[in-house]
Write a protein that binds this ligand. Sequence first.
Ligand code: ZN
Length: 399
Amino acid sequence: MNGTPPKRVIIFPGGILSGGPAVVFFIALVCSPAPAADLGRPREQTPAAVEARLKETVGYLASDELRGRSPGTKEIDLAADYIVKRMTGIGLKTDLFQGTPFQHFRARVRNFQAENRSHWPGLLDYVGRRVYDMHRRQNGSSPARPAVKEAAPFPSGPVEMKNVVAMLEGAGPLAEETIVVGAHYDHLGVQKNLAGQWEIYNGANDNASGVAVMLETAEILARRPKRLPRRVVFVAFSGEESGLLGSFHYVSDPPVPLEKTIAMINLDMVGSLQGEMLIALGTSTSSRLAKLANRSAKRHQLRLLKIPFVLAGSDHVPFYAHRVPVVFFVTRGGRADYHRPTDDPEKLNYPGMRRIAAVTADLASALAEADRRPEFAKDGPISILVRYALRLWSRISGN
Ligand SMILES: [Zn+2]
């Protein structure tokens, strides 16, 4: 809070808000065009109902209407409002930053358009897709998509960005200790291909799927009859595609102390489960966390492919840089559509996402109920150097 006495106090499900930002946030919440999130009513939990909810979330976040959720656009703000509506509907605490769930920061968006244009892989990718599209048109499997309105001129300077943060408070002596469950909600926006056509990068698997699974995890945990012994914080990060900007910002100004953050579970591209195998990266950061993750996967008949490597570019990396044990859940499929306009909702495996949400909730509960927190693994000089370099980089890049 910034210390000035609140002008007005508003009470609504899930929190007390005060002053100007509260009013703006409340109006935005009520008036935003996103699908209605049934505030406060118990939601159905049958597999079919859960999959329908996951489909609705991905369907909206990865819709053409949200135009690929590029930071600095009004469309990404619609995505943020929808996520808040869902978090509020689940009953999470959302009044963390001056009465709102928005952790604001300013940073530069990466210009993918220029990058694509400047290097030959972009050219190869383009040719590959044209051949692929021709083939799909010939066998009638690619419905004509409406022409896409061109993108706004690329922002020359830093733009406003915001993480969306909410929490499920713990109860008891360990209530200050925290588990972070995170997923980025930004993507690549609208870009012109080499034929001069504008295309929407819908980002269904990357990463509407992660946001949907994070919200479903919150649903499962919030529905528990008894409060968990430790706190769980849910974060939708922005700016991930432009260099983990949101997660670097979060660790530089955490709403709860990082020393009290006992683990971070990152969900990125969890929409294309193949068979029973779920990939878990970063397991070298804590053997105890890796063991718990393995048990949770087994409890839901999934096989965990544990990969010790931690520096896979996603939002767990800044937490690792600050010695927080991490696990990064990702699925194997969907590579053909990675960072392409073809990453669409109809390609995702929703039963698979439902199971990954169950595993994530299981792991978060196991961490919250554990008698002791997972230790960060002792590591060699190289890892220490890498972490130091990451922290230095985040400071230099202004995050
Ligand atoms: Zn991603």
